[in-house]
Design a protein around this ligand. Structure first.
Ligand SMILES: [Cu+2]
Length: 447
């Protein structure tokens, strides 16, 4: 096949050079225009920055998480600006009470600048304006001092001494007493035909996540997690759910094989259970399971607010040669909304330690009811992973066990090493803050 360019490569090369030349000239011209623009803007910005720093030093760092503003006492010189960083998972804002100073909504990971230079020296309250977030803990004090000079600009961070004191105080409080215990075993009402009936009421109630931090939970029978249900294989089960929430709800038996009409998905298998209504779920269990039950309606809010619980059927097979564990405990993971980063509904130091005698084997079933993955790390001893979602797996050792939302992972721990061993999520922002450990942290105490 003939082709002019192929027949005359020199002509093709000349054409190419000409086109490239024109293109480059246009590009150069554009570049000059752009460079002039940038130069003007750069000068503007440099002046602005000089003006700000001369008045008030560098911006003062403030961090937002679920549900706290850190530091709790923000100290800044008059004329300062605040660099407000959202280290949480949800959208937050920060407003200065009794003023019209407020940031735009700050996405997770983003930083907004709040100029408080118009405020007189004094003490102010700041809070997140997203409904419910201030009540959940997102308030702090803002103390504005006299205008700073370069020498007296307030340091943004806590001193090393203060930090150590704050951390020691939080850890010394472990295990801290709080009102309310979740995941308590619920004894069934046994009906004449042998059916095991569990009565659950979904409602909103106050829940103390950690000492002094009382949030509005939505849960079953005033517990977070809801009561633990334990039945046998082949049992006829009846769950009578009364809805006392301000929203409709449903209950989904997550991980159980049930008749379709009992699957608890609104508008697919049933109508939503409206406020004030009651719905009865009935099914017969088929096989051993490590399962959960939770809301499947407005679930991103309802589940993370506490409408979740553990559901055990029979006894899952364990690896041969391993003694029967003396304890089998659910560890329900949550990370969002009013409950926030927590293990079994509590945030460190209010989480319950797990205790064992040297030589004891214990089983822990991680159940992730949150919105994020959590790599659960036990110090001192490995975890023998024996099942995923209640289905036995070839047993293998891990020291960090990844649990994704919706998953259950069952592990055995042989308590061979005496001492108090930290047990925590290894996404460090789920476990540690500037003022110490919080959230998804507990301990294995081996004596
Ligand atoms: Cu985590």
């Amino acid at each position: 096949m003939a082709n002019d360019d192929l027949n005359d490569p020199e002509a093709a090369r000349r054409d190419g050079v000409a086109v490239a030349g024109v293109f480059l000239s246009v590009l150069a011209l554009l570049g000059m225009v752009f460079a002039v623009g940038l130069g003007v803007r750069a000068v503007d910005r440099a002046d602005a920055v000089r003006a700000t720093t001369a008045a008030a030093g560098p911006p003062v760092a403030v961090t937002l998480t679920e549900f706290a503003i850190a530091p709790a006492m923000i100290s800044a010189p008059a004329g300062a600006t605040l660099a407000v960083t959202n280290n949480g998972a949800a959208v937050h804002t920060m407003a200065v009470e009794k003023t019209d100073l407020v940031t735009d909504e700050i996405a997770a990971g983003a930083t907004a600048t709040l100029d408080v230079s118009s405020l007189a020296p004094g003490t102010y309250t700041v809070r997140c304006t997203i409904p419910g977030h201030d009540a959940a803990g997102m308030t702090a004090m803002l103390h504005l001092g006299e205008a700073a000079t370069a020498a007296t600009a307030a340091p943004a961070a806590m001193s090393a001494e203060k930090m150590d004191e704050a951390m020691a105080a939080r850890t010394a409080a472990f295990p801290a007493a709080t009102k309310g215990v979740g995941a308590q075993d619920l004894a069934p009402k046994v009906l004449p035909d042998g059916t095991k009936e569990f009565d659950l009421t979904a409602s909103a109630f106050d829940w103390e996540v950690e000492p002094g931090k009382v949030v509005k939970a939505w849960g079953y029978n005033q517990q977070v997690p809801g009561p633990t249900i334990r039945v046998g294989v082949g049992d006829k089960v009846r769950i009578v759910l009364k809805n006392e929430l301000p929203e409709s709800t449903v209950l989904h038996p997550h991980g159980l094989v049930v008749p379709n009409a009992m699957d608890g998905v609104p508008d697919i298998t049933q109508k939503p259970i409206k406020p004030g209504e009651t719905f009865t779920y009935e099914f017969t269990t088929r096989e051993p399971q490590v399962a959960m039950y939770h809301s499947h309606h407005d679930a991103a809010k309802q589940v993370t607010n506490g409408l979740l619980g553990a559901f055990y059927v029979g006894q899952m097979a364990r690896p041969a040669g391993v003694p029967a564990p003396t304890q089998d405990l659910p560890m329900v993971l949550n990370d969002a909304d009013t409950i926030g980063y927590s293990l079994n509904g509590k945030s460190f130091p209010a989480t319950a330690p797990i205790t064992a005698k040297v030589g004891e084997w214990i089983q822990v079933d991680y159940m992730n009811e949150g919105l994020q993955i959590h790599p659960m790390h036990l110090h001192g001893m490995p975890q023998l992973v024996i099942a995923k979602d209640g289905y036995p797996q070839a047993p293998h050792l891990e020291d960090t066990v990844l649990v994704a939302p919706g998953e259950r992972v069952s592990v055995l721990v042989h308590a061979t090493e005496p001492g108090t061993w930290a047990w925590h999520c290894h996404i460090l922002t789920h476990a540690e803050r500037e003022d110490g450990m919080f959230g998804m942290v507990t301990a294995l105490v081996v004596t």
